[in-house]
Design a protein around this ligand. Structure first.
Ligand code: ADP
Ligand code: ADP
Length: 226
């Protein structure tokens, strides 16, 4: 069973703009997958639909065999999302940001605290657990969003442009964290417009352009063609 199976996915926004024009894509369990494309290609729209933030216009989405239309709650419980922008919870301390998310998934407080500590330590944020989120740098905020997205232990982690605007040192630490997470069995899909990021991290890649999949291959094969 694939982690993600998408068929003929379309999205037309209210003004009539067609952001997705019939996407077919599948991602195997355990994969580290890059969705690469220029700004405006439809990447955020695509993952917004998978993560139930955007309504699709047409087509089918299945996550670990759960159909998004028939069982959206099952889909949500399989997915952790690291959004590109986060302007919520800004006045909450780091630890509470993660605990809040755990509460949203109904994880008992004691277990939530254990997990929050584990992920904040792994992401080098434990020393800042009492710092308000708004006081973190962009890169640290993004690492916090990763901890938050993992607290319900999703099988699929989706990251929207995880390292855009993040300095090189924090980018490297994020890359190494994500590699370890994937090695532990979590399927990862990220969007990026840096080929270098896809090349360094991912095994499979799809290139999206103007709402269509322009290319789909292993990263190794794609680089061989360039
Ligand atoms: P949905 O169909 O998923 O409900 P909407 O079409 O309602 O999405 O759009 C959500 C909001 O985003 C609207 O308020 C819309 O005005 C706004 N929006 C419009 N154009 C853009 C754009 N190019 N990028 C981001 N947001 C936009
Ligand atoms: P990417 O993530 O690849 O940069 P997006 O999915 O954000 O692309 O956007 C794809 C296209 O859809 C863009 O042209 C964008 O302006 C448009 N778009 C995004 N959100 C909305 C919205 N809410 N309403 C109308 N148009 C939108």
């Amino acid at each position: 069973m694939p982690a993600l199976a998408v068929q003929q996915l379309t999205k037309t926004y209210k003004g009539g703009f067609q952001a997705l024009k019939g996407i077919d894509l599948s991602v195997e369990e355990g994969d580290f997958f890059a969705l690469l494309g220029p700004n405006g290609a439809g990447k955020s729209t695509f993952i917004g639909i998978i993560a139930s933030l955007v309504n699709k216009t047409g087509g089918q989405v299945e996550v670990f065999g759960h159909d998004l239309d028939h069982d959206p709650e099952a889909v949500k419980s399989c997915i952790g999302l690291v959004p590109q922008e986060f302007n919520f919870n800004l006045f909450l301390p780091v630890f509470e940001v993660v605990l809040n998310q755990a509460g949203y998934y109904g994880i008992p407080r004691r277990e939530a605290k254990v997990r929050a500590e584990r992920y904040l330590r792994q992401l080098d944020l434990w020393d800042r657990r009492d710092t308000e989120m708004r006081k973190l740098s962009g890169g640290l905020k993004r690492r916090l969003m990763i901890a938050r997205a993992l607290v319900h232990q999703p099988r699929l982690l989706i990251l929207d442009e995880p390292t855009a605007g993040v300095d090189i040192e924090i980018r490297r630490s994020m890359w190494s964290f994500l590699r370890d997470l994937n090695a532990g069995g979590t399927t990862i899909i990220l969007t990026t417009h840096y080929l270098e990021e896809a090349e360094s991290l991912c095994r499979q890649i799809a290139i999206i352009n103007q709402g269509r999949i322009a290319e789909r291959s292993s990263v190794a094969d794609l680089l061989g063609k360039l």
